[in-house]
Write a protein of this length. Structure first.
Length: 42
């Protein structure tokens, strides 16, 4: 969020980017773990 704020100068936009980042990282981590689990069980 800090980098987003520095680049945009807008706190609302930085907060939105930070929120999207948190959610997208959780989803990508979940998908990564499912894929890794599927690969290692073969």
């Amino acid at each position: 969020m800090i980098i987003s704020y520095i680049l945009t100068g807008n706190f609302t936009v930085a907060l939105g980017i930070g929120g999207i980042e948190v959610v997208s990282k959780m989803i990508l981590y979940y998908l990564h773990e499912r894929a890794w689990n599927k690969i290692t069980k073969e």
